[in-house]
Each structure stands twice: as C-alpha cells, then as structure tokens.
Design a protein around this ligand. Structure first.
Ligand code: DC
Length: 230
C-alpha cells in the first residue's frame, strides 16, 4: 500500500499533536511535532540570554543557528519521539510557560524558519509521515495528500492548556493562559514569514465541541480513503 503525507496545521492547543500521534501510531507512520523544534530553538535562545525579560536579540540568535542541532528520538515507553537539543532531551523544558511566552517571536525569524523547514522536508521525503505545525500544508508539504486545519474557540483551548499545565504541577492561572493563547494566535497568523492560514485543499476541523474519539475516527477515515486511492 502506498504511503502518504499528512499535514496537520492549526491554532495552538487544538489537540493537533494528540491526534497526529494517534494517527501516526495507527498507520505505522512517523510523527513529527514541528512546534517542538521552534520551542527547542527558543530554549536555546533563552539559555544564551538572547531572549527573555526585556531582551530580545534575533540577530545574535541567527548567528548561533549553526550551533543548534535538533533531532527526535523515539521513546518506546511513551510511544512517541522526544525532542533533543544538542544531544540533550529537552522534552519537558520546552513545554513550560517560559518557552511558550517567547516561542512565537522566535518563530517569526525568517532564518530560523528556513533552517527548520529544510530539516522538516528532509524528515518527510520518504512520505509515511504525520507532521503538525502552522505551515506544514502551506510551505513544508504543499503537495501533501491529506491536509487538516484544526481550530477551536480560544476559551476552550486555553482551558485545555490550563488543565494540562496544572496536571504537570505548574502554578498557572487561566487568565494568563488565555492571554498567552490569544497573543500567540495573533502573532502566528499575522507574521510576515509563513503566517498560519488554511492551506489550499485543507479540511477545516473545528473541535470546540468534538471529543477525541470522534475526531480521530473521522480523520483516520479520510486518511484510509486517500491511501486506498493512492
Ligand atoms: O504547536 P506549538 O504550540 O508547540 O508551537 C509553538 C510555536 O511555534 C507557536 O507559537 C507557533 C510556532 N510554530 C510555527 O511557527 N510553525 C510551525 N510549523 C510550528 C510551530
């Protein structure tokens, strides 16, 4: 059976990665979380003092880009790949509020996008990949056989994220999370370089009032139909 490319884009906390992981597992495909790559670059920038507090120095970060090596490593126990920055597992650190606050600004830097998009194209060149992000159907794989654009109300998304962070033991408020979600939506969809938008031919999926099981079944069915025709 032929393998296809599945591109999942959409706003933050729409459950893209949960769905993409599940889909990849079911189809025996590779899952790539491109948001993790932008988050890892952001962590690198914070650690080197180029972003955070009042400071933000994109130029200094761009000069250091050749020193940033990213790779994913599959974790058998978790059933998905984890993000490594220069050989260090940074999966936990890149999900915290500090990185979330700055990542949209790092993702606006054209040279950062160029570097990561090249690596993403390479990772998906054999097909059999489910990749999620903001520009997968528009820039990374405009020819993907299946493109999904996921959305949900900012309030629902903030609430999901709030619960996720509380479960992980972080001290956060719902108001802070909602503000962060709305700010990121704005920056992600208004930036000059590869803004978040629905790709041509993408299926729009509003999951404000849809459970995970239903979402998975619908998208899995789309995928199976396309695979059968390919
Ligand atoms: O999906 P996420 O919330 O982990 O993504 C983190 C940030 O990275 C988000 O603000 C948008 C940006 N991003 C991007 O610009 N392009 C991608 N392909 C993936 C993420």
């Amino acid at each position: 059976m032929n393998r296809i490319t599945i591109a999942i884009d959409g706003f933050s906390s729409t459950g893209k990665s949960t769905l993409a992981k599940q889909l990849a597992k079911e189809l025996g495909y590779v899952y790539v979380d491109t948001g993790a790559m932008y988050r890892a670059v952001t962590l690198f920038a914070i650690r080197h003092g180029h972003i955070g507090g009042e400071r933000s120095n994109g130029e200094a970060l761009v000069k250091l880009l050749p020193n940033i090596k990213l790779h994913f490593e599959y974790n058998d126990d978790l059933g998905y790949s984890e993000m490594y920055l220069n050989g260090e597992n940074v999966e936990k650190e890149i999900r915290g509020m500090d990185v979330s606050k700055h990542v949209s600004h790092v993702a606006e830097i054209e040279q950062v996008r160029y570097k990561l998009v090249e690596q993403q194209k390479e990772m998906g060149k054999e097909k059999g990949v489910v990749m999620d992000g903001r520009d997968i159907g528009t820039v990374v794989f405009p020819d993907a056989e299946l493109k999904i654009f996921m959305t949900a109300s900012p309030q629902k998304r903030a609430y999901r994220r709030y619960k996720e962070l509380l479960d992980r033991g972080e001290t956060v408020t719902y108001a802070d999370i909602l503000e962060n979600v709305e700010k990121r939506d704005y920056i992600d969809s208004h930036r000059a370089a590869s803004p978040l938008k629905k790709a041509e031919g993408a299926i729009v999926f509003d999951n404000s009032d849809m459970g995970l099981k239903e979402q998975f079944e619908r998208i899995h069915n789309y995928a199976l139909r396309i695979i059968a025709k390919t």
